[in-house]
Design a protein around this ligand. Structure first.
Ligand code: ADP
Ligand code: MG
Length: 258
């Protein structure tokens, strides 16, 4: 038996760590008795992009706000790296959840330089280390030349790229993005989506991206969670969700939006 036991230990050691970076279990949020988020569960691994996709009003932003910790669920649990972050009795405050946020209207600070904006969330490290991190990220979003400029000198797309660099600077465990590109010009959007995706992949956060646009989810997601009326009605790889819609309403959603 000792040999078998050794082999079993070796097999276990060879397995990659399968603890999800983010796991939400049975989240429920009610407004005036009506469940707008109704028993939502999700798991996201490090480096994985999951898109919460669905029509306006289906509960996407409410789900994100509960994960961020700025809104409290009525029931359900939120786990990060195998540790409980929030249930109905216990709650880690938002600023201690190591979450990066990027929203459409989550503006840059107008009185800070681009460097100041990106450095905003950096708490640890020397001045030189912070500066190096800011330069690294601005270089990766092709905006190093604006490092000492101010937000008003940048276009909308450039400002969104600075917002992305700002959110990623402290190496968040989780990135929550709520329709981050919907204010942008169509011509710019694909380029920014691709650039954002490659940067997210390098950073190894778990990403939950909210969108009502199937195109965006198809382009960016490793996994799509299709949401309707507060529930996740289908979940899987983009190709599978697109080619095998779960019901007639899913077919309509994908074709209406195109
Ligand atoms: P989505 O982001 O998918 O468009 P939301 O999560 O913003 O959807 O909203 C889901 C539902 O919850 C909507 O019907 C919305 O009107 C309702 N809702 C959101 N916030 C509140 C609130 N603070 N009070 C009451 N109803 C709300
Ligand atoms: Mg929303």
């Amino acid at each position: 038996m000792p040999d078998d036991f050794d082999q079993e230990l070796k097999d276990k050691a060879a397995l990659p760590d399968r603890t999800p970076r983010l796991e939400i279990k049975n989240l429920v949020r009610r407004y005036e008795g009506l469940a707008v988020v109704d028993d939502v569960s999700l798991r996201i691994m490090p480096g994985q992009v999951t898109c919460l996709l669905g029509p306006s009003g289906c509960g996407k932003s409410t789900t994100l706000r509960m994960i961020a910790g700025v809104e409290m669920q009525d029931s359900g649990e939120i786990w990060v790296d195998g540790k409980l972050v929030c249930d109905t009795h216990f709650r880690v405050p938002p600023e201690r959840r190591e979450i990066g946020l990027m929203f459409q209207d989550f503006a840059l600070f107008p009185h800070l330089t681009v460097a100041g904006n990106v450095a905003f969330g950096l708490r640890n490290g020397t001045r030189e280390e912070k500066r190096a991190r800011v330069e690294e990220l601005l270089d990766r979003v092709d905006l190093l030349r604006f490092i000492d400029g101010y937000p008003h000198q940048l276009s909308g797309g450039e400002q969104q790229r600075v917002a992305l660099a700002r959110a990623l600077a402290p190496r968040p465990r989780i990135m929550l993005m709520d329709e981050p590109f919907s204010g942008l010009d169509n011509r710019l959007r694909d380029g920014i989506r691709d650039q954002t995706l490659s940067l997210l992949k390098e950073e190894d956060s778990a990403v939950l991206l909210v969108t009502h646009e199937p195109d965006e989810a198809m382009r960016m997601a490793d996994e799509i969670a299709l949401m309707r009326g507060g529930k996740i009605v289908q979940q899987g790889a983009p190709y599978n969700v697109y080619t095998r819609p779960v019901d007639q309403a899913a077919v309509a959603f994908f074709s209406d939006a195109n």
